[in-house]
Design a protein around this ligand. Sequence first.
Ligand SMILES: [Zn+2]
Length: 326
Amino acid sequence: MKVSVSRRQLNTLCVFTIISVLLINVYNAFYVNAMQKQQIKNLESELAKAEGLIALKTDELANLNRMLEKQKKELEIEKENVRVDNLQLEDIKQPSVINYNNNKTMFLTFDDGPSSITPRVLDVLKEHGVNATFFVVGSFVDKYPGYVARAYREGNAVLPHSYSHDYSIYSTLDTFYEDLSKARESIEKVLGTDLPPFFRFPGGAANQVSYAYGGKDIMYLITEDVKKQGYHYIEWNVCAGDTTEYRNNKKKLISNVLDGCKDRDLVVALFHDIAQNTAMLEVLPEIITALKEQGYKFKTFNQLNQEEMDNMMKLGIVDMEIKKPK
Ligand SMILES: [Zn+2]
């Protein structure tokens, strides 16, 4: 059978073929394009995920760094506390006898409170009929105003130590005064009275933790300036060592104080009113009893007279001179 294809049919077939090829190309173009778009989309979402992960890891790293920094700072402060305590214990070997009209006078001082043990410290003082001076932390005064009010009501002195007790207060003169004013205000608000111009530096006037914040001469600058402003800063000449490694060694706490008082008529003894000092709390009655037997009369910095003030200045207990670093 002869198949005859007309010219017209052939034309139609050609056109059809061309259109088909075109359609296939167009379809392919669209399909490939869509595929590529999807792939790009997938890649983009993976990238976003990866970026999110990186941000998360960066955050974690920053947090870790912050924690490390904080621990480093706490360690520095702890080290400084031990250094100050040890320094003070070494000081005990130095002669510092003042013939004080045969009056033996004891100024008990408690730093860093108020704390959860303050009521028990106050109980001991009350039971023994003696008073002490509390160099308090303003932020804790806000937390335990009742303890501070009670301490004052019962005849104790409450004076500023710091508001934050953060060594960054030693960055500049301004940061120092800002903190001191805040501490004074928090105490005056609770006591309802103006404070005398006494305070105690966190870490003492000779602390070196301040170097990291305000440089090596910051304590020289601050100590000189506060004196010009009419303030007096109080150091100590006997130290219980209750922030040292011996803080739980009751015998050592007792001997630190009693040995430190040998040949000293005028004593400012440093204790710490902090929650973990339960050993100090337990030996406090024994220490007070022994000091009474040795003839000490107990006073607070609200009762300081001019003669005591002059003698404390001679001994470097009040306004101890900080040398200008070379
Ligand atoms: Zn302190």
